[in-house]
Design a protein around this ligand. Structure first.
Ligand SMILES: CC(C)(COP(=O)(O)OP(=O)(O)OC[C@H]1O[C@@H](n2cnc3c(N)ncnc32)[C@H](O)[C@@H]1OP(=O)(O)O)[C@@H](O)C(=O)NCCC(=O)NCCS
Length: 217
């Protein structure tokens, strides 16, 4: 994969040049996001050197254009009732900054993704939806889902702060029989506040985390 051969600087350039921001007037805070990307790898780190040394490097970082195919594949595997994964991921990814995607990348191979979206306009007090999270079935149960939530949320919050906004609540909905509820309770403190009967493929629970980053939002 192209990114594999690049150092952090190359990744940052790749992120900037592949960002959906290039389709519209580029959002000013792309520089901030690339700083976050550098932060994910460490400012002085050299990813190729770490890989040559046989190190496994797993980071939670913004989704880059070269990740789209792998993430679409993970989406298709983890949400089998949903169709046209590539189109779904790509059109949402292009809706930055309303929608923000992060991947768990192990040696630059995406193993999982998380999709956050701001609800009901760009408000000062933001209700953020954890819209989807998926980890490749071969890598589930390794704590990647937990890392995706815990390490991407502060990056979104940082972005909100940069425009003078604050995180108010995190909203997440899932099938009433999905054990992911435990993950949301553990990582976010989310609780079920409503159940919607027969919404998509079954009953859907609406969970709200009213203090998702204790001491940090
Ligand atoms: C939910 C999911 C992202 C968790 O990723 P993960 O990397 O396995 O998560 P972790 O290893 O950090 O934690 C595993 C926890 O997720 C729970 N979980 C939820 N759905 C699960 C699934 N389909 N398979 C395995 N574990 C699942 C486990 O019960 C476990 O919680 P526990 O420790 O309290 O028992 C992953 O299982 C997945 O992609 N599921 C299919 C897509 C999905 O249902 N997404 C949520 C709805 S948007």
């Amino acid at each position: 994969m192209m990114v594999r051969k690049q150092g952090v600087r190359g990744l940052i350039i790749s992120f900037i040049s592949s960002s959906p921001g290039n389709l519209h007037p580029p959002p000013r805070d792309l520089t901030r996001d690339s700083t976050l990307l550098e932060h994910a790898y460490g400012p002085a780190s050299d990813l190729p050197a770490l890989l040559r040394a046989g190190r496994t490097v797993t980071v939670i970082r913004p989704l880059l254009q070269p990740d789209l195919s792998a993430v679409a594949e993970i989406h298709a595997r983890t949400f089998p009732r949903q169709r046209h994964s590539r189109e779904w991921i790509e059109c949402n990814w292009r809706a930055f900054p309303r929608m923000q995607y992060f991947v768990a990348a192990e040696n630059e191979q995406a193993l999982g993704f998380i999709h956050w979206s701001q609800k009901s306009g760009f408000r000062e007090q933001v209700v953020l939806e954890l819209e989807q999270i998926g980890v490749h079935p071969a890598h589930q149960g390794r704590g990647i889902g937990e890392r995706l939530i815990r390490e991407s949320l502060p990056q979104v919050v940082e972005h909100l702060r940069a425009r003078g906004a604050q995180l108010k609540h995190v909203l997440v909905t899932t099938r009433a029989d999905n054990q992911a509820q435990r993950l949301y309770r553990r990582c976010l403190g989310a609780e079920v506040e409503a159940t919607l009967t027969n919404l998509y493929s079954a009953d859907e629970v609406v969970m709200i985390a009213r203090n998702p980053l204790p001491g940090g939002a």
